[in-house]
Design a protein. Sequence first.
Length: 338
Amino acid sequence: MGRKVRFGIMSTAAIAKDVMIPAIRRTDRAEVVAIASENGKADQAARELGIPKAYNNYEQLLDDPDIDAVYIPLPNSLHAEWTIKAAKKKKHVLCEKPAALCAEDVRRMIRSCEENGVLFMEAFMYQFHPQHERVKQLLAASEIGEVKYMRTHFSFYLQDRETNIRMNDELGGGSLFDVGCYCVHSTRHILDAEPIELFVQSHFDPHRSVDLTTNGWMRMENGVLVQFTCSFDMLFQNEYEVIGTKGKIIVSRAYRSDVDDGEGRITIVTADGSEREETVAGDQYALQIEHFSCAILEGTPLLYSPERMIKQARALDACRTSMKTGAIVQLYKEGESR
């Protein structure tokens, strides 16, 4: 077996312990060699998970010469700071979404990683599930005719609101950043187009300045209209629907297929009402790690490029501007390069 990417995990957050560390161990190209936390829980986590090294602060982990790359699942507001610090220590960075709280911070993160010769990728794991490539194939084959409309929805009912960091605006909380970012990203990914204008409305928690539910409308550069909904106040749903002139495609396990043992489900409905269903299996978290690790070890290009990360952040910036002002936001001026 060839060389593996040696990962350090910068947090004992549930996403790290319950999802990402097991995913790394399901791959052939990566391994976990260290975990760090500043809440005193690193030693216990290392013992429970069988990780060789534990550090009580992130700087010590970054100073470890045996670590090639770090996974950062810290609160959203800390992503930029620690990505830049990791880059300066020559560590490749896989950072949880959203990459940062604004496009300018994402640009700084990318610039620092490029200057230090390391790779950086925002961890939109869902895009590595093969069901989405299948959807693109169906669209390219005009299975539903000309695409006119896309609807995306990602929601769950948030229980522990008093203590959950998702409810802390200073840490980058709110439903738009937590789950709405998937809605925006999947629209751009599936349609291979950027929004040129959008309008967003939100319902905010009465005691905290975070959005509990956000509804958005976007007009894409290819003329397709998009509607998205994200929420902490609704039952668990993670789906998108693409509607064309001859039918529609429904992806009912779009973002968290892992909760259904990795089985994606695609339903194709034609104009005469006939339906067919396709299932596509995939381990999206492990596939993401494999992809990132191969880019580090073999120099293969990243599916999710720095340019696309900046465009994602720019779209979220526009959403937040519209959310705050109640105005339609134009992302690109006439003739401006996208």
